[in-house]
Design a protein around this ligand. Sequence first.
Ligand SMILES: [Zn+2]
Length: 108
Amino acid sequence: MAFCPECGNQISIEAMSCPKCGKPLKQQQNKVDVLELKGSRDRDVAAILALLLGAFGVHKFYLNERGKGILFLVFFWTALPMILGIIDGVLLLTMKEEVFDYKYNIYP
Ligand SMILES: [Zn+2]
């Protein structure tokens, strides 16, 4: 069983729409859609920032990991942040969008 996010009516998981208020529920089957996205961070944007500007920790600031972003800036003069940025970029690109949303948009 599931609950209608609109009226709280108990409904079957397979229901296409809420029988009480008529809200379409098709996307409800995807768990991420049920949880409210608090952020609007985009995985692809984060990955591109990591690959192009990773040496400055820009993607960390974008993902609200300010502490890590500052560390990237502190160690900017070494090659390390650039390497870590590329690794982060690849990880972000291979990360499932659902996982990204869960990590950065639902429980940031
Ligand atoms: Zn309803």
